[in-house]
Ligand binder design. Structure first.
Ligand code: AQP
Length: 341
């Protein structure tokens, strides 16, 4: 079989597993919006099948799914331009995911650091789905033959595994280039927004304390309080970027400022050189409120019309399935499944 070429197509997703954080906004949503007008087809998914790899209350899952599509739209994604949908409405994801469970090797999965972090000492008790998560993520990307995947730093290993799965499938079945080798797109100063109380950990929706994260829906007072209480060191903003080396808490706050203000870290350090946290933290809070408040206000408005949000997801799912289903069927034919036509 001759090698296939693939036109550029962007896919990414977020789990509806709770309130969205500033990490999700800067590491994912804001960057999705930035790519929307690049002239390339973009698909942004609410990955509900991934959310249930850990327990989700059904009513809360429905709420978080609608809240996430509301966040996409409120942040600037246009459902007429980007395909916005939830994963469970396009069954090809789960179907290709099963094929990939039979392609991926146990040894590969055992190396996934996110599974180790999430399972912790509890590896015997977590769901099989949590273990197989990266194989389903490979299917999410490859069912669209997507070539570019904007993600935060924490997802890089999963996109690399996706490449391994694509390569093994193409090689095992003698179909060079059938699946593309997708590229993780990890750019900007906030690809890893850290926990405000412990900057060795990333900011997560499901972290234990609400004080460790900024939620996209936090009000101005809460945002100011959380930044004020964020752990820092006694030194303020250094005169040069290298003065942030070995200071993860300081680096995190400066990175957040840079990402929110669309400036380089160098520019932020130059502007605040010598300032103490007492001056920097209120400026950071003000900036975060200026960026997040219009989005959260619009999210609240959109959440008043759940039928409209469901309609966006349904129409997106139809458009997504129109790409995914033929690709799945080709994969089924390659594998040797008999399909009645
Ligand atoms: N702290 C972060 N900094 C930068 N990017 C981040 N992302 C998540 N946290 C940060 C990026 O957001 C996208 C969607 O992530 P997800 O919700 O699907 O999964 P996650 O990475 O497991 O996010 P959370 O917040 O940690 O969720 P929970 O706590 O439910 O597991 C991805 O592109 C991710 O890189």
């Amino acid at each position: 079989m001759t090698e296939q070429t693939h036109t550029k197509r962007v896919f990414s997703g977020i789990k509806p597993s709770g309130g969205l954080t500033l990490g999700n906004y800067l590491g994912a949503i804001k960057r999705f919006v930035d790519t929307q007008d690049s002239g390339v087809e973009t698909l942004y998914c609410v990955v509900d099948l991934h959310a249930i790899t850990v327990w989700q209350d059904p009513a809360q899952l429905r709420y978080a799914t609608r809240e996430l599509v509301a966040a996409y739209v409120a942040a600037g994604l246009d459902p007429a331009k980007s395909i916005l949908f939830n994963q469970s409405q396009v069954s090809a994801h789960a179907e290709l995911g099963w094929l990939f469970n039979c392609v991926a090797r146990m040894g590969w999965m055992n190396r996934m650091t996110q599974f180790k972090d999430k399972a912790g000492k509890n590896a015997e008790k977590v769901s099989l789905g949590l273990y197989a998560y990266p194989s389903l993520m490979a299917a999410d990307i490859l069912v669209y033959h997507a070539t570019h995947v904007p993600v935060g730093e924490d997802q890089k290993q999963h996109v690399e595994l996706t490449r391994d799965i694509a390569a093994k499938f193409n090689n095992d079945f003698g179909v060079p280039g059938f699946f593309p080798m997708p590229e993780p797109v990890i750019e900007g100063p906030a690809t890893r927004v850290m926990n405000l109380r412990d900057a060795t950990k990333k900011m997560s929706k499901s972290g234990e304390s609400d004080m460790e994260r900024i939620n996209m829906t936090d009000d101005a007072e809460t945002i100011a309080k959380k930044f004020k209480k964020a752990r820092t060191d006694p030194d303020g903003i250094p005169g040069e970027v290298k003065g942030l080396d070995g200071r993860p808490e300081a680096r995190n706050l400066v990175d957040i400022y840079a990402a929110l203000s669309a400036q380089s870290v160098e520019a932020v350090v130059a502007e605040y050189a010598g300032a103490g946290w007492g001056a920097f933290k209120p400026a950071l809070a003000e900036l975060a409120v200026a960026k997040l408040a219009p989005i959260s206000t619009e999210m609240a408005r959109l959440m008043q019309a759940p039928d409209e949000l469901d309609r966006i997801l349904g129409q997106g799912a139809e458009r997504a399935a129109a790409i995914a289903t033929p690709n799945l069927h080709k994969a089924y034919d390659i594998v040797g499944f008999v399909r009645s036509r």
